[in-house]
Design a binder for this molecule. Structure first.
Ligand SMILES: [Zn+2]
Length: 110
């Protein structure tokens, strides 16, 4: 493995994929109970290039980044849907119905 100089580049995010042994679950069904998947150290993720075990300290920053990204996406989607507000106010409904008058959207294209 290449050592990069500089402290910032050591935090470079790995490319990870779901573990092919436990199918990303992090556990495998043993004879009597579930066992931690030794291939991915129970994380459910392995190196995306080699499909080999990655240290958890390499995986966690990636998951952290993805989780924050996903939470941002969810927050954005909620804002678009207006579900951030507890109940849709009357002004919101009014705006929805406030179309332009007759002919405003009646473009026929000729
Ligand atoms: Zn696994």
């Amino acid at each position: 493995m290449k050592r990069l100089h500089g402290s910032l580049q050591q935090r470079e995010l790995k490319f990870i994929v779901e573990c092919n042994i436990c199918l990303g679950k992090g556990v495998r069904l043993g004879i009597f109970h579930y066992l931690e998947c030794e291939h991915c150290l129970g994380s459910g993720w392995v190196c995306g290039h080699t499909l080999k075990t990655l240290q958890l300290s390499d995986i966690v920053p990636v998951l952290n980044y993805r989780l924050k990204d996903a939470l941002n996406e969810i927050a954005k989607a909620r804002q678009l849907l207006g579900t951030d507000k507890t109940t849709p106010g009357p002004e919101q409904q009014y705006q929805g119905n406030n179309r332009r008058g007759a002919g405003g959207t009646n473009y026929t294209g000729d």
